[in-house]
Design a protein around this ligand. Sequence first.
Ligand code: SAM
Length: 211
Amino acid sequence: MTQAARDLYEGFPVGFFSRVDEGSDSVFFEQDRFVAHIDDRAVAAVGRLYEQLGLDGRVLDLMSSWISHFFHPPTELVVLGMNERELRANTMAAAHVVHDLNIDQELPFDDDRFDAATCCVSIDYLVRPIEVLRETARVVCPGGVVVSTFSNRCFPTKVIRGWLELDENERCALVSQYFERAGRYADVEVARCTPIEAPGDPLFAVWGTVV
Ligand SMILES: C[S@@+](CC[C@H](N)C(=O)[O-])C[C@H]1O[C@@H](n2cnc3c(N)ncnc32)[C@H](O)[C@@H]1O
């Protein structure tokens, strides 16, 4: 890690971004999982949030699979993830890219290629999330929204250890901190998108506007 990268992660405890399974993500995610990773109500909360935020036009769905949760497909959806068969099956997507963000945080897209970007129930798998959010801001036009949604379900051996130590509010604060530290976002907001008392999977979101 360069000194600049170390500075981005200053203050995080040693081992925070390590994982129980440090094996290749491409091996772990090679297995097809044509499932919803959160329940129907949480999926609907993701779609509702995308509507509220007005996500449309050219949208990049990071860490995607066979579903992207939009109520109305954006004009052009590009999906990036690890499992090619899942990505190919994403009927909303105009194009897909297999790319391991834990090996290479640089995104294979030109500057300002997209109008918005999403990352659903996946930011907890990233070992260099700040660089990924910084890169995402490069490929999204100024004024575009980048949104990360997350719940409390995960593949525990593949998420960063720090995530497993935190409660829901702390996870919101952590993701918000990722956006702040990426240094390319204004108006970073945090929301709980499912009611507190309701049963089922909770859904949280953090989003920011690219400057
Ligand atoms: C819990 S699933 C969520 C999939 C999808 N976003 C959804 O809402 O159903 C986690 C996803 O993250 C992707 N992923 C995991 N590690 C990754 C990595 N290192 N680089 C890129 N994508 C990754 C996997 O391909 C998988 O589809």
